[in-house]
Design a protein around this ligand. Sequence first.
Ligand code: DO4
Ligand code: MG
Length: 297
Amino acid sequence: MQLIRYRLSPTQTVVGITEDGKLVGYIPASFHALLGLHTDELRIRLEQVTQAQEAAFSFSDVLAPIDGETEVWAAGVTYKRSMDARREESETPDIYSKVYAAARPELFFKAVARRVSGQDQPIAVRADSTWDVPEPELALVINAYGEIVGYTVGNDVSSRSIEGENPLYLPQAKVYAGSCALGPAITPAWEIADPYSLTMYMTIERNGETYWTGQTSVGNLHRRLEELVEYLYREDDFPGGAILCTGTALVPDHPFTLQSGDTVKITIDQIGTLRNPVVRGKAAYKTDRSNDAVKNG
Ligand code: DO4
Ligand code: MG
């Protein structure tokens, strides 16, 4: 079973339930309302949905699986590969080794729902940045009670030149128009026996050809998923739930930089493939998303 968010009519979005990629029913609800349920209540609610609604559905209507007040957060330097890459780019390399080894993880705010790109929607590199990368990450879907209820694919698109210049510029390197993509579907947590055994792949296509490809395992994560959630919820409330990107382990070597026209594909076993074209700058991003106004509403 997987959950998608899709447009049922020009004014209504619903939560669809798929089996083997086929829609088997939908709930006329928002994702953030479902994230107000405990895991066992959510499971019962989803398993009650059996009515086929295929006539009302087209995969071109699939939206990013986030709405309302649900926030996207991200963890950083959770894989050795991320620490090593950031030590190379930074004028203050020690902060990365220290946070990798510290008890407290690095957590940062990434996006509100309206800022998130879904399947085939553009992601952006900043026009004032010279070195940009996608960051493929396992994203946890967490309910209001701090329980991991699902998993999706996340892309924490980042400016390495801006972060590398000064770590205090991190919010500008991480949070800007087109910097976050999620989806296309959420796999319920009870369907994934061992998230640490998942393999993650990224392919970057340029001019119709594979320009960069790599893979890693969530098993290389230096922290436990529950530990990241515990820190996020320790002194904050998330009544509409939260999505937490868990850090990247796939970092293309310098001098690779994302370009307008590239396509980024991130696949995680049992979760799916998130595919996004790249544009440069907020003007291009806004033009591409000008028809999306209701998508994340
Ligand atoms: O320390 C900066 C951010 C790190 C990050 O986003 C990652 O490791 O994925
Ligand atoms: Mg990241």
